[in-house]
Design a protein around this ligand. Structure first.
Ligand SMILES: Cc1ncc(COP(=O)(O)O)c(C=O)c1O
Length: 429
């Protein structure tokens, strides 16, 4: 039988676009209001679909000659490239898959050249305070973004003048500045590009902890001129236990491997010391990697890369304003903040309910209203304590609790959910 193909007649109107589900829609459970994105964001459809597509092929990575294994190896390395592109990695930068931001910062801490001084601010998450070596410099929490830049500039000038230890001469030793992109307590954004310029002026390198910034705003190593960047997949809608350290390859290639084991070597001889370690990401990724995590994260990065980030930003800022205005109208609620009330911020708000224990409020929000928020000191104890003291002074109230509440917004958050939180808090406890 012969089939004659008849060309379709030309029409002026475009054919209906095939329905494509929104890759940035998030999965969730109807009726459960999740306002705790800063802890872990829900799974984006892009991540779930990428994992579902790969699962039938699931096999070893970098360890097998079979078709399944080769496909998985390719998927893993493509994921690395996608993440590199999304984060503006430069030639010579390494993209190392880790478990999360904490793991990424610890990796860099172990890779510092001898004698490196690390400079941080006291407002950091513990993940960007505790891994650094003794002798690191911890600057006080600044009152404004401009003060952060001034304080860093002055500290770096002093370090270069006298060296890391008192009595030393002028120092040529490496210096690493480690700052957050956005506070996990207040969502306030740190002036990353200006801090990077200050670091450059004094020949220092800079790491940005983008765990809270990347889910809300584009972050680009080259554009910001930062040396290293760390983030967590589970905060970026890819909840499969993956994180990333991206940045300059030289320190990473010169450092001992973060984990010693299979995959991190190019040669292992009979003698115990006869080991040649690989260079590049493999050096620090010993053991079988988290393929699904990497692929899920890359899928979200690709979807975000194609999304209208300005529109997402505008939507989130509208919700944030709605939330902050709603909270400000409640006389017994006090917001916590580092900088001024109008400082740029991502969709995270911390607050206290005067006269009420924060854990009890969080539990009641969950049990009575099915609203999930976070309570405590948010793994940023020095900052949280300071902001609680400041909130008491600003509000003039003596009945503020010793821990706080945090509501954080994300891609799936709606105005109705924000209103539900505000009206739940308006009810007497
Ligand atoms: C700013 C910041 N840095 C680092 C971390 C640590 O992230 P992870 O627990 O994924 O390692 C967090 C987690 O909340 C964070 O908010």
């Amino acid at each position: 039988m012969t089939v004659t193909l008849v060309p379709a007649p030309l029409t002026l109107s475009a054919p209906p676009a095939p329905h494509r589900p929104d890759p940035l829609a998030v999965l969730g459970v109807p009726g459960e209001i999740n306002l705790d994105h800063a802890a872990s964001a829900p799974c984006a459809r892009a991540a779930a679909d990428a994992v579902a597509e790969l699962l039938p092929w699931y096999a070893s990575v970098h360890r097998g000659a079979g078709a399944l294994s080769r496909r998985c190896t390719l998927a893993y390395e493509r994921a690395r490239q996608t993440v590199a592109d999304f984060l503006g990695a430069r030639p010579g930068d390494h993209v190392i898959f880790t478990r999360n931001t904490t793991d990424a910062v610890n990796l860099l801490a172990r890779a510092l050249p001898a004698g490196t001084t690390v400079v941080t601010f006291a407002g950091e998450h513990h993940a960007n305070l505790l891994p650094w070596p003794r002798g690191s410099v911890r600057l006080p929490v600044p009152a404004s973004p401009a003060e952060a830049v001034r304080a860093l500039d002055a500290a770096l000038r002093e370090l270069r003048r006298v060296g890391p230890r008192s009595g030393g001469g002028a120092s040529e030793l490496p210096v690493l500045v480690a700052v957050t992109g956005a506070s996990n307590m207040t969502g306030e954004r740190w002036p990353v590009a200006e801090l990077a310029r200050a670091a450059r002026r004094h020949d220092a390198r800079i790491l940005v902890d983008a765990a809270q910034l990347a889910p809300h705003a584009p972050v680009d190593l080259a554009a910001l001129d930062v040396d290293y960047l760390a983030l967590s997949g589970h905060k970026l809608y890819a909840p499969f236990g993956v994180g990333v350290l991206v940045g300059r390859g030289d320190w990473l290639d010169a450092a001992p491997p973060y984990l010693a084991g299979g995959g991190a070597t190019s040669h292992v001889g009979a003698a115990t010391h006869d080991v040649r370690w690989a260079t590049g990401p493999a050096r620090h990724e010993a053991g079988t990697p988290n393929l699904l995590g990497a692929v899920a994260l890359a899928a979200v990065c690709a979807a975000l890369g194609e999304a209208d980030r300005d529109a997402l930003h505008a939507r989130e800022q509208a919700l944030l304003t709605r939330l902050r205005n709603g909270l400000a109208a409640l006389p017994h609620v006090v917001e916590l903040r580092i900088f001024g009330p109008d400082a740029p911020r991502v969709g995270i708000v911390s607050f206290v309910v005067a006269g009420r224990d924060s854990a009890e409020v969080a539990a009641q929000l969950a049990s009575t209203h099915r609203i999930g928020v976070r309570d405590g000191l948010f793994c940023a104890h020095p900052l949280a304590r300071r902001l609680l003291v400041e909130a008491a002074a600003r509000s003039g109230r003596r009945d503020l609790p010793p821990t706080a509440l945090r509501a954080s917004l994300g891609l799936g958050t709606t105005a109705a959910e924000v209103d539900a939180l505000v009206s739940a808090l308006a009810q007497p406890g």
